[in-house]
Design a protein around this ligand. Structure first.
Ligand code: ADP
Ligand code: MG
Length: 270
């Protein structure tokens, strides 16, 4: 499945939704792995103190491992903390350790507290096609750092009853960051997750989200799948854990849609 067009510049994508359990981490790691399997060079930045993305990618993140905490709080180079992900060529991860739990508070008193991640990324010299940032379930300084560093917000939405609740708050924050800190920021992608085609509720919610965001929602929805939820306990994405599963195939297709849309959009802007 090589041969997808590669972006001219690194696309920095912020996977955010302040609701927990909607599929941020699962989508970050699987889209990243899928993009890498399509031939791209991809870095995942784990910005959640839980370190779930690091776990799912099988990278070392025990306490004391050089991590995104040192980058944000101590000003270490990103290159010093990035680890390759085994089993997926072209995929890398800047892990999060439990230290990151204190960063939300420690950042408050630091200079340029909102733009520390953006600076670290700007100074990173390895060539990359995509950076995907996995955000914590809050709108604090860690998420603000991601929104300042990125150009595209990717919002996973779980197809359940309260799907759109709380989204207004996230969209207002995106607007605030765009107005004051990062004029190039916008919501580029909405990904429907944990979609169960057998329930009427899921298809109603999916339709409602598509009506609200006709340009942003990807055609492919990610189905609810046991294989997707099993993979992290093996330190793997579903892309390597069960490459032929419907979950892996839908992330591969969603990644293809993201890659093609980015190129179409870049052409529009020329
Ligand atoms: P978040 O990062 O938004 O908190 P996660 O990606 O950790 O959400 O997902 C929450 C839970 O749902 C996890 O246990 C994960 O394994 C599970 N999950 C995510 N996507 C799917 C899916 N498509 N099918 C089944 N389980 C899923
Ligand atoms: Mg998460």
């Amino acid at each position: 499945s090589e041969g997808l067009p590669r972006p001219e510049r690194t696309r920095v994508m912020v996977v955010a939704n302040q609701k927990g359990g909607v599929g941020k981490t699962t989508s970050t790691v699987n889209l990243a792995a899928a993009l890498a399997m399509h031939g791209a060079r991809v870095l995942v930045i784990d910005l959640d103190p839980q370190g779930n993305a690091s776990t799912a990618l099988g990278v070392d993140h025990h306490a004391g491992t050089p991590s995104i905490y040192e980058v944000l709080v101590e000003g270490r180079d990103l290159a010093e903390v990035v680890q390759p992900v085994r089993d997926v060529e072209g995929l890398f991860c800047a892990p999060a350790t439990i230290d990151l739990a204190g960063a939300e508070i420690e950042l408050v008193s630091l200079v340029a507290r909102e733009s520390r991640l953006q600076r670290a990324i700007a100074a990173y010299e390895q060539p990359l096609d995509y950076i995907l940032i996995d955000c914590p379930p809050s709108l604090g300084l860690l998420t603000v750092n991601a929104l300042v560093a990125g150009a595209e917000v990717v919002i996973p939405i779980q197809c359940e009853y309260y799907a759109l609740e709380g989204l207004g708050q996230l969209l207002r924050n995106v607007e605030l960051v765009r107005a004051h800190l990062n004029p190039s920021l916008g919501v580029s992608t909405i990904l429907l997750t944990m979609y169960d085609a057998r329930t009427r509720l899921a298809s109603q919610v999916a339709q409602e989200v598509r009506d609200h965001f006709p340009d942003e929602v990807l055609p492919t929805a990610i189905p609810r799948s046991v294989r997707i939820s099993e993979a992290p306990s093996y330190g793997q994405t579903v892309m390597t854990y069960d490459p032929g599963s419907t979950g892996a195939l839908s992330y591969l297709e969603a990644a293809r849609e993201m890659a093609l849309r980015g190129v179409a959009k870049a052409k529009e802007e020329v």
